[in-house]
Design a protein around this ligand. Structure first.
Ligand code: SAH
Ligand code: SF4
Length: 459
């Protein structure tokens, strides 16, 4: 693609600002869009005020996120009024879920792209440039571009502009077949489609050659990788292949569904050197009644049994989770079950949410809604308990030597660096900038809830 279509605009029209909401999968898609744009002659900017194109890559996992996005759009509308040549677009899960509503609430958008259309961004911008200043039949100033299709295959081999230099996200599959009763994902991301193993391996080999030391394999349910494909490669096999890639030092993956974590995978995790000792295993609730209403497909006992097996196979493993409180029908005793499970398992981290009813999901039809005040109180109690547990666990690390990968200069102080342990804990320490990208050993000298403090012991 050439830049001819943009000659009519000021030079900064070639600058694109992308804001990403939500999960790592969205970040990965934004990296693809950024790569495609760079290849087409655009430049990325961190400053929306100097951009000629503003794109929001949206999420719709809870109502709160949706409100945030609409309120940001309201602000951008004002910017567009001041700067009519500004091209404003929306892509991602919110668009896929409610395209008509998006266009009704934000008729000033120049384009919207669904979750299977995002990679068409450069050609869409070209189209808009061509239509610029032309009256559309509907009387809009520009013809708006709307591309929202379902389950369209995403091409392989697209360029990516990665945000990080040593650690990369690699999508291994898209979509989800689980239909947990509260969740939007199957509706906005479609059914499960696994990427061919050879394409995944090629992407990771290229990353390793460029000096990347860590990859995080992404999927809504990585444990079901390959199930729908004709290739006879499951997730455990894939991990085995990735582990052999030269230069790569660490492998992470997310998300694992407790109902699909096989013994074969567990053994592989224990056996493969590069697979880090951390597992994100969302439990959602500790009550069997609520788990069944959530349609999660496992019981509390199954989850606890998995935890026991994981700890037996990998004693140092850190476990993190997601928990929803205030799900319809959650009585105090169900919530107590959740608190008790959290205490027994002793998670190293938990993303905690108040249940948010989402139109079109099964749970939105359920009665016995929990008042917001009750959910809010439960959330606070849960967070308080989890913080106590985490403090206790992190204190236990003081005095120990740990391996970290140095990621960047610390957010809090420019004299300090930060890195992550194999168990995914953040460590802040004093050190030279040249250490960034290296895997080093540090001694933990102090602990806290969000980060540990370390001292460099050897390189
Ligand atoms: N695929 C992942 C989760 C993706 S969504 C999995 O199966 O675990 C990330 C998290 O958002 C979920 O684990 C859940 O805890 C939370 N979530 C999803 N839908 C929600 C809703 N309607 N209300 C509150 N939290 C929700
Ligand atoms: Fe949503 Fe359940 Fe699929 Fe996770 S497994 S994405 S929570 S439907």
């Amino acid at each position: 693609m050439t830049n001819k279509g943009h000659n009519y605009m000021e030079s900064n029209s070639l600058k694109v600002y992308i804001r990403t909401y939500g999960c790592q999968m969205n970040e990965y898609d934004s990296e693809i869009m950024a790569g495609l744009l760079e290849n087409s002659g655009y430049h990325l900017t961190d400053n929306p005020a100097e951009a000629g194109v503003i794109l929001l890559n949206t999420c719709y996992v809870r109502e709160k996120v949706k409100h945030k996005i609409y309120s940001r759009l309201g602000e951008l509308k004002k910017l567009k009024e001041e700067k009519p040549e500004l091209i404003l677009g929306l892509c991602g899960c919110l668009v896929q879920k409610e395209p008509e509503e998006v266009l009704r609430r934000a008729p000033y958008l120049d384009f919207i792209l669904g979750t299977s259309n995002f990679y068409q961004l450069p050609e869409v911008l070209e189209d808009i440039s061509g239509n610029h200043n032309r009256e559309s039949q509907s009387g809009d100033k520009y013809a708006r571009v709307v591309r929202v299709e379902e389950d369209r295959a995403i091409p392989e081999g697209m360029p990516k502009l990665r945000k990080r230099r040593f650690s990369a996200f690699v999508s291994i599959m898209r979509g989800c077949n689980n239909f947990c009763s509260y969740c939007n994902v199957p509706y906005v991301r479609g059914r499960e489609v696994s990427r061919p193993c050879k394409d995944i391996l090629r992407e990771i080999e290229e990353l390793a050659q460029k000096g990347y030391k860590e990859v995080t394999l992404l999927g809504q349910n990585v444990n079901s990788y390959g199930k729908e494909s004709r290739e006879k490669v499951d997730f455990a096999d894939l991990l085995g292949f990735v582990d052999q890639i030269e230069g790569l030092r660490r492998i992470r993956f997310t998300t694992s569904h407790p109902k699909d974590l096989s013994d074969k995978l567990l053994e592989k995790m224990a056996e493969l050197d590069k697979v880090c000792e951390h597992l994100h295993l969302p439990v959602q609730s500790g009550s069997n009644k609520i788990l069944s209403r959530m349609k999660r497909g496992y019981t509390r006992e199954h989850y606890q049994n998995l935890v026991d097996k994981l700890r037996q196979a990998i004693p140092e493993i850190a476990l993190t989770t997601d928990i929803i409180v205030g799900f319809p029908g959650e009585e105090e005793k169900d919530f107590q079950d959740t608190l008790e499970l959290v205490e027994t398992v002793g998670f190293d981290g938990a993303f905690t949410f108040c249940y948010s009813p989402l139109k079109g999901t099964e749970a939105a039809q359920l009665e016995e809604r929990i008042p917001e005040e009750t959910s809010g109180q439960r959330l606070r109690r849960l967070i308080e308990l989890q913080q106590k547990i985490l403090l206790r666990k992190n204190e236990f690390l003081v005095g120990k030597e740990v391996e970290i990968m140095v990621e960047k200069i610390s957010k809090k102080s420019s004299d300090e660096l930060q890195g992550r342990t194999r168990t995914n804990k953040m460590v802040v320490f004093e050190g030279r900038k040249e250490l960034i990208g290296n895997i080093i050993s540090v001694k933990i000298v102090a602990s806290g809830c969000w980060a540990l403090r370390g001292e460099v012991s050897s390189c």
